[in-house]
Design a protein around this ligand. Sequence first.
Ligand code: HEC
Length: 700
Amino acid sequence: MRLKSALFAGFAIVLSSCNAASAPESASISAAASDPLANPAAGEWLSDGRDYTAQRYSPLTQINAGNVGDLGLAWYADLDTYRGVEATPLYSDGILYNTLSWNITTAYDAKTGEVLWTYDPQTPREFGRYACCEPVSRGLAMHGNKVIIATLDGRLIALDKNTGEEIWTSRAFDLDTGFAYSITGAPRVFGDKVVIGQSGGDLGVRGFVIALDVETGEKAWKFYLTPAPEENGPDGEASDDVMPWVRETWSEEGMWETLGGGANPWDSIAYDPDLNLVYVGTGNSVPHARYYRSNNEGDNLFVCSIVALDGTTGEYRWHYQMNPGEEWDWTCTASMISADLEIDGRQRKVIMQAPKNGFFYVLDRETGEFISAEAHVFQNWNEGFDENGRPVTSQQVRYDETPKLVAPGPGGAHNWFPMAYSPRTGLAYFPAYQSAFVYALQPGWEPQPLRSNSGWGGYTGEAGRIRGELMQEANEIESAWLAAWDPVKQELAWKVELPRHGNGGVMVTASDLVFEGTTNQTFNAFDARTGDVLWTYPTQSAPVAGAITYMVDGEQYIAINAGWGGGAAQIERGAGIEMPRAPARLLVFKLGGDLELPPLPEDAAAPPEPPRLTASEEEVARGQLLYQNTCAVCHGQNAMGGVADLRHLTREKHSLFNQIVLEGLYQDKGMANFSDLLTEDEVDAIHSYIIARANEDWGR
Ligand code: HEC
């Protein structure tokens, strides 16, 4: 195998800058002026990032440093789930809109919390298996009289915002593509289109972004973010023009051909209405290990990039790839924020992102030109940037069968937790996570359907010993904080240390208050200029989502979903941390609010005595591997915590184990039937492992 074009390395960048010369027409400027999403009324929160800049900055100032201490609970809604709740709610015209796991969507009277309507799209529970990190939804979209949701199984549904009745339903992906697509991201309305990406990159999918007509749900355009094998011919989509040179960045043969190459935009997509550009933040590729995926060759476009597309046609305009040849599970899907900044005496239209790889990027959003980037955590992959802004990747982090310590780790220095930016302070605010991980190729690895197809592993013998030592080092550098970052100086303005990873999204107001949920199980207001803690509210859970603020009848409210779960909780549980917590709630605050939360439920009754372990050590080890590959995403690493703690199964549940796993007994609770993936013999091995874990931890 060889790379098709050795000359390719600098090509995309050259192409991007010449494309930029023919800047897109600004036909939409006048449209933008009357578009409420470009310029929402001060008291409204109409889209995921509030407006097209996605700054999560509200002009409201009634709640300020002087009175924030009087902030109290105005109302709350029990969300009837212990799962992660990651959605940023929306607010318009007296109504608050929220969406939960399985895309159940509710409209509340924003003042009282009275439920106005609930819409359940009946998301098939078996799609829970496709979502790496729980069947979450990160939000919804609005346009005129419509609220638009994107379901885990790929539907886009427009609802009447006053009644919750369906206006149209459309599909973002077909169910017969052969790829295990799902959707967890918030849809975005850009002008007259609604745009969405998809999840599934760890399993192996071919990423794309699709735009639909917001009035009818009809497809407007679609852009693939990775190539298909050449013999498949053109897709007939907006990406066809670029695919010949995109394909040059992949090896001639490799597992990417069947696993799709990933790069799926599972979170942020942004828009500039004046430039009429849609910015797509793309994910990792699979197998994560480039050795298996692409013969250790090539940049593998458009993995871990920001890709700018024409808003009308979906045609390529420019791209910037943060990690050429990405193989550490670093996605570039995090919040993308637009701002106009003065840099080196010039006014620049920039787009900013702090993706998983630990750097903070500032790009020219008109041309894609690299302006600057700086690490905000400890990192060991980057040795600088060349004159085009292409990173120089250290050979130290290109792993083989010998384990290598790489920082940041796959959880990312900053993941999907929403970032905010204040044009008043000139600072960007986001939760930072300093971490590292030990990567190695698993010899003789083969992909498996519906598993996280990393190609990492094989930590036995000498490799296992090295890994153990390096993991100790990795654990030592781990820490977390709320960062206030100056994008012009590319330096930290202040930080607030926090106990663990998984701190929530950030919102900032024109009264210079920064709001964030933390793993202290609190929701806080910080001084946006100093980081001083001005107000703390014990939420009985760690709110991971982004907060919003809105105004009804002259009163300012602040709303946040508090539900601990998703990928961050998985990482914490993997390290043995499981916090007592209330079921998820939507919490809404106002000045003088005096409602109290009910006390946390008493600790659940002591776990039942586990059955005696009769299986052999080999059987337990086999079960452990199968468990990690198949069950851990929902039931936690090491069978701790998760949606149901399997160490605490009752006798009755033990006797129903095979029916639950192989016959779909609890399908309606979200526990899928695994008979297509596992044999009875394998399920017995998993069961043995769970019994072993239950015995290990019983009585502790
Ligand atoms: C996509 C998520 C998901 C995956 C993957 C998953 N489960 Fe589940 N499982 C669930 C949910 C949701 C429930 C129901 C929890 C509840 O009671 O609300 C459940 C319940 C169970 C229960 C019953 C627990 C009880 O106390 O009632 C068992 C046993 C179980 N799962 C075993 C497994 C095994 C074994 C695997 C791997 C082969 C697995 N699950 C994989 C989501 C998952």
